[in-house]
Design a protein around this ligand. Sequence first.
Ligand code: ADP
Length: 472
Amino acid sequence: MLKNTQLKIVLIFFILGILIISGLCCMYIVDLTNIQNISQDIINIKTEKIFEISIYLLIGYCFFCIIMGLIAIRHTNKPLSSLINNIEKLVAGEEVDIKYIEDKKDNNEINELVNAFNLMTNELKQNITEITRQKKQIETIVLHMTDGIIAFNMEGNVILVNPAATRLLRLMPDDNNFRKIFNSNLNIDINMEKLIYLEDWTSSEQRITVGDKYINLFFAQFKDENDRPSGIMVMIQDITEHVKLDNMRKEFVADVSHELKTPITSIMGYADTLLEGEYEKDTQVKFLNVIATEARRMAKLVTDLLTLSRFDNNLVLQEKTTFDLGELVKQCQEKVQIEIEKKKHNVECFVTANVPPVYADKDGIERVILNILTNSIKYTKEGGNIKIYVGFVYNDAYIKIIDNGIGIPEEDLKRIFERFYRVDKARTREMGGTGLGLSIAKEILDRNNGTIDIKSQKGEGTEVVIRVPTKS
Ligand code: ADP
């Protein structure tokens, strides 16, 4: 179009030029014929000459016009074609090479237009780069989020889904629609239309189970630039750990109440009986003994609970010292000698020579050894065999306590360090167990960079290995 306009201008100039040259030529010839004292032959010769000169002039003028036209076209077309080229590149999303025209002499409207457009392109390019960067950032966050996220458009089709959502909801490639995912697959009574017209500030929440996982779903609408609902966003959170912890807390409260209720009921019953009637001395002593035993059990339970609570709140002060583990094991054995003798167990202790001294909280480690040893004595029938080994592997000293007692069934082994966990609740309660000993032992060893491992076979016996770091 522009090209045509320039050609037209050149053409008009060309025609005007021809008319002027022809007009001048005619005027000269007319002037010549008006001169009276010139012969006809001279007029003819001069007229021919004028024609010849005019033809040369016209040819020269034609060339001049063509050259001028070409220069004009080239001059205006160059920036415009680069402009068009840049627009095409911008639309295609390719890299744009922006050059401003700085020649002030040629600062016509076209150059200004080109410069303005280049400025706009530059701004646009920067904005696109920024948007692309932000988009990439959001994509990376969504991709690596541990929570799942799915976005649906107004038709209920999936427009965005991250790997966490696929994993948590076990989505298949053809699960691409709101109804299919939530109504058919997960069997949730939820309506997309209702969600879309939720109040701005509200979100709907649902708790579901998928396999062995507890999942929380948050549904919220999102809007377009005109503030009109544009789809639904669903956040998917795995709350399995949270639910488990909550259940454990509830179980713990129930366990504590139960553990305390049993001795209290017993104490109250015996105390009331004693108060109600006149009993012989022997019966009174028997009843008082039961009361004393139950009170002691309660006291032990409360002490153990306080110990655990102090561990939980990091209130336990540990005084790490260097000491001989073999020596400590022997002292512990002496402390439980009465119980060993009561149950007529055969206890042997082997201490390997040159076990380096350990560096740990001595009172804590003593408590652990006493607990393991007491368990072996308690859970082994009369006349059992208990072997204790103290040795050294790499940087750790170890104590191995092996008994041939009742053992622990395999399915209970993995829960044995849980608070209040006991294999046979009724029986172990009779033996005075609280189910807290091993959890305390594990807490103590964790805090001393030690470890505890239990191997056992029901009816065969149990082997407990404790490792404590040496000073080196
Ligand atoms: P408790 O005070 O009940 O002994 P623990 O935490 O020390 O509590 O032990 C937890 C449970 O592990 C016990 O109730 C018992 O069922 C089992 N257990 C621990 N040690 C042994 C063992 N040497 N032989 C058999 N069972 C054991």
